[in-house]
Design a protein around this ligand. Structure first.
Ligand SMILES: Cc1cc2nc3c(=O)[nH]c(=O)nc-3n(C[C@H](O)[C@H](O)[C@H](O)COP(=O)(O)O)c2cc1C
Ligand code: SF4
Length: 389
């Protein structure tokens, strides 16, 4: 048996008892079947990011390489998603949970959710927007756990009230702090990313209050904190504040089993604090990444590009987002194609890629280590021999 153990209380999701560690969904292709399957195999929650997974399948890429046929791209992406979920389960061998992350901001959100349920995902995790309609979309799959990602008690209140009218409750809630997290951040704009009301202590307390107000104390909805978590001490503190599990992104992205190119992992592990920046994504949300050559050049030109923003055709014919700053000419949003840039990063193209990363230091510094060691360190304080945090 390969599962790990811990003295911390287990995370209860549906009828499963799990290690209280969630590997966050990371697109494009950064968390696919390899990472999610290996995390689940240890008894924790592994999450596949659903977005544009054809990039891991040369046969599907060959079918869509130069095409602008949106329907075909969507079709092969659903095939890729199905393959990835099944492959992750094969690695997990029945241990842990295989979740799928779907971003609300993605045009094919509903199709990805449906496919995930049909292909056997244990849980659907939705961020980058409020998944008000998730209970309806999954009503035929009552055994699939539903987990929204939110950053403050206001968002949690909106979801709870809406879902309660549908007689459904979240099976857990991820509370992601925009001050530390990687990728898209749940704040209205760049100026509010560091707002103190996003502090874990504040959001956990307000959410526990909210549960009382809504008569939900006895439902024991687990709260999973995410953003900047890198030590067993933090895990202990968050549990003491009321968290039931922690979600990590960046430390898993750079693990041995992470599905990205080795160069991707090196860019993240070698970034200095001053290299990590926040900026506006074309999805209209603030985002955090490493200021690599492409991002630095883009940011130099951003004001000029925003000044001449105007509606145009999607650059690659994929139309991946509901609202895209570049395609729809939304001046205050980013003016680049995120799918293209994230695709370069996945392949390890250091010059052209966009490399999402959280703001905090990594548990094992610049070392790339197996997920077993990462989880054992976070939950049991076991620091592997050669690693120095
Ligand atoms: C490379 C990368 C890509 C990410 N992509 C997504 C994504 O597609 N959807 C999502 O909900 N979160 C995404 N995240 C956020 C993570 O799931 C996680 O919540 C966050 O990174 C936690 O902060 P940490 O990186 O400091 O641990 C991404 C993070 C990274 C590092
Ligand atoms: S231009 Fe916008 S909508 Fe089109 S693929 Fe790129 S990010 Fe997606």
């Amino acid at each position: 048996m390969t599962v790990l153990d811990t003295a911390f209380p287990k995370l209860k999701l549906k009828n499963k008892l799990l290690l209280p560690i969630v590997q966050g969904g990371m697109g494009v292709g950064i968390s696919a079947h390899g990472l999610a399957g290996n995390v689940a195999r240890l008894g924790a929650v592994g999450t596949i990011s659903s977005v544009d997974l054809r990039r891991h399948h040369p046969d599907l890429m060959a079918r869509t390489d130069k095409t602008r046929d949106k329907a075909l791209i969507n079709e092969v992406n659903l095939i890729a998603l199905d393959r990835e979920i099944r492959a992750a389960h094969a690695i997990a061998e029945g241990n842990g949970v295989i979740a799928v992350n779907v971003m609300r901001a993605v045009a094919e959100y509903a199709a990805y959710v449906r496919q995930s349920c049909e292909s056997g995902a244990d849980a659907i995790v939705v961020g980058a927007g409020l998944p008000m309609d998730l209970p309806e979309l999954t009503s035929e799959f009552p055994d699939v756990a539903l987990i929204p990602i939110l950053s403050d008690a206001r968002g949690i209140s909106l979801i709870l009230k809406k879902w309660m009218r549908r007689k459904r409750l979240p099976d857990a809630i991820v509370i992601e702090n925009p001050q530390y997290a990687a990728g898209h951040l749940g704040a209205a704009g760049l100026d509010s990313v560091n707002d103190p009301h996003f502090a874990f202590s504040v959001v956990l307390e307000e959410t526990l209050q909210l549960f009382k107000q809504l008569g939900l104390e006895s439902e024991n909805i687990p709260l999973i904190t995410a953003g900047g978590i890198h030590s067993p001490q933090q895990v202990g503190e968050l549990f003491a504040l009321g968290a039931s599990a922690v979600q990590l992104g960046t430390p898993f992205a750079v693990s041995e089993e992470g599905d990205a190119h080795i160069n991707f992992k090196k860019v993240l592990t070698q970034a200095r604090p001053e290299d990590i920046v926040t900026f506006m994504s074309c999805a209209g949300l603030p985002a955090r990444a490493v200021k690599t050559q492409w991002l630095s050049n883009y940011l130099d030109k951003e004001a000029k590009l925003q000044g001449k923003a105007g509606p145009k055709e999607c650059t690659v014919g994929f139309d991946c987002l509901h609202q895209c700053g570049l395609r729809d000419g939304i001046a205050k949003a980013g003016q680049f194609c995120i799918d293209t840039q994230l695709g370069f990063a996945l392949q390890g193209d250091v010059k052209r890629g966009l490399f999402f990363r959280g703001s905090e230091k990594l548990p094992f510094g610049s070392e790339i280590r197996p997920v077993r060691e990462l989880i054992d360190y976070l939950l049991n304080g076991v620091m592997p021999a050669a690693a120095t945090a």
